[in-house]
Design a protein around this ligand. Sequence first.
Ligand SMILES: C[S@@+](CC[C@H](N)C(=O)[O-])C[C@H]1O[C@@H](n2cnc3c(N)ncnc32)[C@H](O)[C@@H]1O
Length: 298
Amino acid sequence: MSGVRGKYVSAGSNGGPLELNNLDFHRLSGLIRAHSGISIAPDKAIILASRLRPLLREKDYSSFEGFVADVLRNPSEELMGHIIDRVATNYTYFFREREHFEYLQHTALPELTARLQRERCTDLRIWSAACSTGAEAYSIRMVLGEFFGERYDEWRAGVLATDISSTALAAAAVAVYSPQAVSKLPATLRARYFEQLDVPDQRFRFREKFRSDVILRRLNLHCAEVPFRQRMHIVFCRNVLMYFDLAGKAFLESRMYDLLEEDGLLVIGLTETLQTEDALFEHVEHGVFRRRRSPTGS
Ligand SMILES: C[S@@+](CC[C@H](N)C(=O)[O-])C[C@H]1O[C@@H](n2cnc3c(N)ncnc32)[C@H](O)[C@@H]1O
């Protein structure tokens, strides 16, 4: 990294105060990776700078140098939270990668509930591990509703939805979506699970009755420990591994292994791959993996 100090990453920059130089890019991206697992390649430095610039202005910083120095001095949970909120990509939509929801409804749930019934168990635990603004978790809730129908209340079939981004979680809690966001949903699902708000601009809200079955929590997947008391039957961890480097992915995959029930299912994005497939998971369907049984059965 020699000689990087005077080089600035912003296109067309003349090294103005709100430009991010290479040294500060490396410091900041290192901190972001250590905190969240999100790995930012040097060619994305311009994007990083543009996403963080509003935060600097909000916090009255006149230069990235001052900001980065303060973050390095005190990378508090709160400040890192603000940074990750700006950096994380929250893109999502209802029934994204539809195959996974079809698999859930027509294969995973029939098999799993048959097994649980044999074991006289009615607890069904599904986790949307990087839920963003809620579309994934609410899509899962809709599938559960369609699968169980009137038998839904006979099961304790909740969805845990977590994300590192407080802003995304706040939007998930409000659960108000634009007409375009719900426009591709079948009319029956839209009518059953959403109410149309009068103002403003005719947006749609996921109904309270169904919203309350989705528990939203802030959770950093890259943190030292995850405070779960029970293992999950199915984890949707989609379109988040792609932001991690190889070590971060391997860490997250082994975490998922530990948090899944024996034979539990891990669902990842259709364009993602697992580092640890041979050791920890068995491929089932495109993007769907079954946790391998551990030799000790734990
Ligand atoms: C592209 S969205 C994916 C949303 C949804 N899973 C989907 O497939 O549509 C990626 C999400 O991962 C979250 N994320 C990134 N790093 C995370 C971490 N370390 N812990 C928890 N969530 C994280 C981001 O905040 C963002 O909401």
